[in-house]
Design a protein around this ligand. Sequence first.
Ligand code: HEM
Length: 403
Amino acid sequence: MPPTSSPTEALPTQRCPFDPDPRYRTLREESPITRVSTPAGIDVWLVTRYADAQRVLGDGASFSNIDSSSSHLMGDKDALGAPPPPGVLLRHDGDAHSRLRLRLAREFMIKRVAHLEPFIRRVVAEHIDRLAATSGPIDLYRAFGLPVPALVISELLGVPEEDREKFERFTAAQVDLRFSLEERQAAAYESVTFFAQLVDAKLKNPGDDLISRLILEPTERPMDAAELQGIAMLLLAAGHDTTANMITLGTHALLQHPKEAARLLDPATEATAVDELVRYLSIVHNGVLRKAVADLEIGGVTVRAGEHVAVVLESANRDAAFLDDGDDLDLARSSAHLGFGYGPHQCLGQHLARLELRIALPELFRRVRGLRVVMPADEIPYKNDAVVYGIRELRVDWDEVVA
Ligand code: HEM
């Protein structure tokens, strides 16, 4: 069958600022599977309803990850079709994906992740102590949002203590969009070299960390250096900027919803607060990309083999057919959501992300009294055009920091 013709509509990317682009409401009602062109110039089928999103993300046999990832939608078209890098499970399908996922799943189970709690508490406390020692205003993204998850990943991967400052610097430079493209590329290069050396050191002298456990695990098919490097790079890419943006954008959203912010410290909402924030903010936005491997039908529309499908999590998570009052932030709400994705590629690090957010956000609101944003609303630089939504800079001030 011939491919579907080119679209006239552009991908809706303008959030407001916590809500999805308003065009999604109309699309969900009138044209839930619609063809659009993306900033990178790739034409995709946009999936905007919750049930259709589940159908696509849940069907790893019909929708492939191999030659595409969401970054290709936002300007990285040249890399489309490149072979999947070793170890990067987000870019593998079927057995190759399952093999990697099974080996890593144990590391990200709730019980295993709980071992990191004392470390996370210490890092969060130290960074809040630093606020106490400074006078505001500061940029919350750089001073708190970025360093906390970077240090957690460095602990997980077994980065030596003496390298942590360097690690924190280049990991931040890689994702901080205020750095020039050249600076970000240089930081990405530094990180490739760093991980190659780290894996090499662990192969020679394993310790008690995720990479070493993967090396030491008795198995018929041990992982080679390239796979271990790919895993380390993916964990950094998937777990750093996401959590950093959840901390920074989450703080901003809570400051705009003071009643909800107060509930953050209420034990009754402890179990639901973080997931509701993840749903409400749906920071992995602008479409999660897949490629159809055969002609098939979704929501009454025929998608041809080889065509791309982009699942819009921020739209699906507000779908009235799945959730009442989805546009409200309600920390007591206990609802399923797609903020961590769905199906075979659902977020591997979700328990770790929840733990970090359950510590970082309440501690920030408990200890930093009178926390407030001190930049004009129209100057807050939102990342509408990025794969992970958030804020490039959030200048805040406060009255006092308590113990
Ligand atoms: C609040 C923070 C986070 C959010 C919102 C988030 C969201 C997501 C989403 C939506 C996906 C699915 C992407 C797709 O289907 O294409 C995903 C996958 C993934 N995430 Fe997260 N994530 C977060 C934190 C983390 C952390 C802390 C880690 C680990 C350190 C992590 C590791 C991964 C990995 C490895 C995958 C790929 C899984 C696979 O392909 O099987 N994420 N994440």
